[in-house]
Design a binder for this molecule. Structure first.
Ligand code: DX5
Ligand code: ZN
Length: 221
């Protein structure tokens, strides 16, 4: 199993102090930025100008999760802004294969996200052009929801495909990840763990990141 990566989600941070909140988790692997447009999900967060400012404010690799309609039009800007990984939703992309090529050409890893109710099967071939699969473990839109273990068979299946050499992917889980649920996700084969409230709701966010990493490491396949 690959080394687990921990990606704190700024959605649970103080939006008036984003640079300090990034600094508070400097031992993390990726910094997860939830971009929401109030169309694809019923919530509105930050957009490209904030990601550009964050890029200047931190050395942490930015993991941009675009919960937006028409990512075909908007996603490349985040890659050009210097994001390490840009994830678009399979349910929103018109031409996901072309989008992956565009993101990679702009220097980012290309990520494809699927909501809890979206099956993995129809996207398996398409994922050959991607670097990251994000399996949502809550309905996208809000932090602080309960982890949905029933989606873990998709993580297991993706891990099987990676192990057999059919796919090369980071397998990321997002939503409801905490010190308990990270164990189930790691056992299922995830290797990137997004955590919002479990990190920024803790008294010591840096220690919370370390604790999550230790738990994931101990229980990885
Ligand atoms: C939800 C976002 C998540 C969110 C997770 O739509 O994609 O990244 O920040 O928050 P927690 O870890 O609190 O469930
Ligand atoms: Zn997210």
């Amino acid at each position: 199993m690959p080394t687990p990566l921990i990606a704190p989600s700024l959605l649970s941070a103080d939006f008036a102090r984003l640079a300090e909140e990034a600094e508070a988790v400097r031992g993390a692997d990726w910094l997860h930025v939830d971009v929401m447009d109030n169309h694809f999900v019923p919530n509105l967060t930050v957009g490209l100008p904030v990601v550009q400012a964050l890029r200047r404010a931190t050395d942490l690799p930015l993991d941009c999760h675009l919960m937006i309609d028409n990512p075909d039009r908007w996603a490349s800007g985040f890659a050009e802004a210097g994001a390490r990984n840009v994830t678009v939703h399979a349910e929103a992309a018109a031409d996901a294969a072309e989008l992956a090529r565009t993101l990679r050409a702009a220097g980012a890893l290309a990520g494809l996200a699927i909501k809890p109710g979206t099956p993995l099967e129809p996207y398996l071939e398409l994922l050959q052009g991607y670097d990251t699969l994000l399996v949502m473990t809550v309905e996208p839109g809000f932090g602080g929801q309960e982890f949905r273990a029933e989606v873990l068979p998709k993580v297991r299946e993706a891990r099987r495909r990676v192990e057999s050499g059919h796919l090369r992917l980071f397998i990321e889980v997002d939503g409801g990840v905490n010190a308990d649920t990270i164990v189930q996700a790691a056992e299922a084969g995830a290797d990137v763990f997004v955590a919002g409230s479990a990190v920024y709701g803790a008294d010591d966010p840096a220690a919370a990141v370390e604790a999550l990493r230790e738990r994931a490491r101990a229980f990885s396949g």
